[in-house]
Design a protein around this ligand. Sequence first.
Ligand SMILES: Cc1cc2nc3c(=O)[nH]c(=O)nc-3n(C[C@H](O)[C@H](O)[C@H](O)COP(=O)(O)OP(=O)(O)OC[C@H]3O[C@@H](n4cnc5c(N)ncnc54)[C@H](O)[C@@H]3O)c2cc1C
Length: 509
Amino acid sequence: MAEENVDVCIIGSGWGGAIPALRLSAAGKSVVVLERGRAWKDSDFRQTVDPRYVLSLFRIDTSADLKATMVTSQALLGGTSPLFSNVMLRAPSLVFDRGDDEGNRYWPRSLDRALFDPYYQRVENDLGVVPLRWTDEGYPGLNCQDGEAADHTWDLVPKRGYAFAKACQAAGYNEVSPVPVALDHRCVDCGWCTMGCIFGAKRTPDKVYIPAAQAQGARFLTEHEAKTIEPEFLSDHYKVHAVDMVNRQSKTFVAKVVVLAAGAMNTPVILQRSKFRFPRLWDRLSRQVGKKLSANGDAAFAVNLPVSEAMLASETFRGKIIGTTCWSFLEEFGFTLQDTYLLNSALALVVEPPDGPGWGLEYKHFMQALATTVNGIISMGLDGDDGEIRYNSLTDKGHMTWRMSTRSAQLYRTISAKVGEIVKAAGGQILKTPLAENRIACVHPLGSCRMGDDPDLGPLRADGQLYGYPNVYVTDGSALPGSLAVNPSLTIAANAERVSEGIRNNFPA
Ligand SMILES: Cc1cc2nc3c(=O)[nH]c(=O)nc-3n(C[C@H](O)[C@H](O)[C@H](O)COP(=O)(O)OP(=O)(O)OC[C@H]3O[C@@H](n4cnc5c(N)ncnc54)[C@H](O)[C@@H]3O)c2cc1C
């Protein structure tokens, strides 16, 4: 079996993996990154919802009772981000300061929003994050934040965002603002962001951090799956055992520092599998690994919003996936809402007519009538961390269980009521939501290997290091202590910057 010595072995190449790869290679360390997915060119992406294509991109984890579904990706260099909806929001202060039902602070005491701000700023600068702009043309009455005529339109809020803002206003909720995005002028508003951008307009790890890390000498081994980590008995080093998925060859990397960044659905599984294979070597691993998986309070609603004449030309199937955030419910109820794009074919799958069959001429007319007014609304909120991921040695995989807590049930009830209020104020209705069947569908799994003030609260110290295992770090979404009530990428990236700085400053001899 091939064995190679490196300073740093990183598992995963999303925000959590690509940023340490850049910062540590720039500090002169030899870095190898193991990534299950492969490198995609812009021209490899397709603008289609052909299920074969969609399933080649996304990984779908479902709980055994089918009540919870998590959507992530393991197909691409750059992690899930090449398929994301581009929104880069800072987490609000109240997220860092919140307490759990037992009165413990979710986040370690030493971490708060002020400490994160410089790291947020660094990521925003490196990616060139820009806020979308309102334009008042055709939308009188909306608060126009940027009155100047611009010579470009690629960064405008999609019309769906106006329809949503108008509906919120009609219900008396006025705190709606355009989202900041990691996009550039190549965006043509085609609306296919979540199938991969054929125009190269996204500012994601594969476009920004990975090429920069490669220029510093970091090696990204695609189609390589890390299986286990074995702490070396006689040294402070760790062996990462991996498989080259193309040649079915086993490889081992002996590293001074290991960074786990395999995503919230995978990082706990690698640790649990390692403990299963090397029980004595991992006997100090916190029992919290895999527990408290949060769905970030994600919920989705297909709605009909016939808000005004202008909205009838809402260009439902065009524009950025997400344009605006409504902040009006954050302080009191702990959630935010955003408008979102609904893929037309997905819509046909999920929306049934209130009466009459879901096929034939009647159905065609029903769908036609919706075409200019249909909209999506999504929520993100402070849920109760209801999931758990457990490694099963028979399947050699992680399996998710889900039990809706009182906190989450209350949150989702309030979200449904408020979305109902907004939609009603606009003269529309909720067409479909998985919440109606007590199901949750989430694209932002978080917190399954989180930081905490002691190992009973989370497996990681505030500096991102595993309790009991010096120089093993976790930097992906699993490290964040629970829901952020907003889209998580910017916080995952900022945390990866912060932890990378600590690794660099305390690098083992
Ligand atoms: C459709 C969609 C839209 C989204 N839109 C937004 C948005 O607008 N804004 C936002 O903030 N967030 C968004 N998200 C969420 C966001 O994309 C993720 O939260 C974020 O990318 C997670 O980053 P990460 O580094 O934690 O993990 P990931 O990006 O998932 O990276 C983990 C990587 O590890 C690899 N890996 C896993 N196991 C192994 C192994 N054993 N060996 C080697 N490699 C392994 C995976 O292949 C993957 O590449 C969206 C998600 C989806 C699905």
